[in-house]
Design a binder for this molecule. Structure first.
Ligand SMILES: [Zn+2]
Ligand SMILES: [Zn+2]
Length: 345
């Protein structure tokens, strides 16, 4: 079916109105009437070809919230009218150990991204900056009752990306957790860690973030350039989730970790980082990485957010404002996620 969308027609080009074709429903497909689509910084990196070679025209968007409008003949989990979401990937092999364990995000064959990729049949994928999408039902999440769709959309990438490492390294009561960086990812990490019952510190380069960090629930604020405070806080953190993608001096941050503490990287610096290994082996510390989350954990995260009564802080925009919004994302001038009203595509 013909679907209205916004697309980048070539690398670095501004987004413009475009029409794409969505496939006919297969037996396990769900047709979703998109209501809202979040703007993730990775949309911009890929449309500007800053990471690797991209496919154009590109319809970005992998934070999708909408309502089911039709289902394939074999779909039993969903029915028209259901409120649903789609995140970063839309197909995996379902045969490897990771897929079988619900870690589809680490599929050995490689997941099919929601946009800027081809599925296993060679079909080019187009993302959420559009009015409708067709997705296999395994990759469709249920948005809990009582959660508005606009604030739910960013949970499908920013929400799960920060939730998964907090769960993996056991944030909770009695644990001191640092969230480094207060952007789209950081603000969700902060909310999750507070809801999990941890003692939460927002760690930042920017003193201007303190007020908002506290408003969002942080118990403490730590400025990376405050040498005195950094010395006082050394060896006190069980876990730091690092959402920063800019190059930073890692050594002082690593020194904040206790013995056996972990720094989990979810930010994506585009250049290799330098660090002194002494900081790790002196206290058996770990530096780790984490990438989004599997389908079962994504559903768990959505249900957890609903149970604790929070979602993303957003700025709602019309399709015509996307290019301006992208420039603001690059300048870190958004609190904390732009979400596009899909009725304006
Ligand atoms: Zn994303
Ligand atoms: Zn797999």
């Amino acid at each position: 079916m013909e679907t209205s969308a916004y697309a980048a027609m070539s690398a670095g080009a501004p987004l413009e109105p475009h029409t794409i074709e969505r496939r006919d429903l297969r037996p396990h497909d769900v047709l979703i009437d998109i209501k809202y689509s979040g703007v993730c910084h990775s949309d911009i990196h890929q449309a500007r070809e800053e990471w690797f070679t991209s496919i154009f025209p590109m319809v970005p968007g992998h934070e999708i919230a909408g309502v089911v409008s039709a289902v394939g003949s074999e779909v039993t989990k969903f029915a028209p009218g259901d409120r649903v979401g789609v995140g970063v990937f839309v197909e995996t092999c379902m045969e490897c150990d990771n897929c079988k364990a619900g870690l589809e995000n680490y599929c050995v064959k490689g997941f099919v991204p929601t946009y800027n990729g081809k599925n296993y049949d060679g079909e080019v994928m187009y993302g959420g900056y559009s009015t409708a999408i067709v997705v296999d039902d395994h990759y469709v999440l249920r948005i809990p009752d009582g959660m508005e769709l606009d604030v739910a959309a960013p949970l499908l990438c920013a929400g799960i990306t920060t939730y998964s490492p907090l769960r993996e390294w056991e944030a909770g009561p009695g644990k001191k957790v640092g969230i480094m960086g207060l952007g789209g990812l950081g603000h969700m990490g902060l909310k999750h860690a507070v809801a999990m019952g941890a003692d939460v510190t927002l760690i930042s380069h920017s003193p201007s973030k303190e007020e908002d960090a506290k408003r969002l629930g942080a118990h403490n604020f730590l400025l990376l350039s405050d040498r005195e405070a950094m010395k006082e806080q050394a060896m006190t953190f069980d876990l730091i989730v690092n959402t920063v993608s800019a190059p930073i001096d890692l050594d002082p941050a690593i020194n904040l970790l206790k013995t056996d503490g972990t720094m989990a990287y979810v930010g994506l610096p585009d250049k290799p980082l330098q660090m002194n290994i002494f900081g790790l082996n002196s206290q058996r510390r770990r530096i780790a990485g984490s990438n989004i989350g599997g389908i079962p954990e994504t559903q768990e995260m959505l249900d957890f957010c609903a149970e604790h009564g929070y979602a993303a802080d957003i700025e709602l925009i019309d399709a015509g404002q996307i290019n301006e919004a992208w420039d603001r994302v690059v300048n870190s001038d958004v609190r904390y996620r732009f979400v596009i009203d899909a009725s304006t595509f």
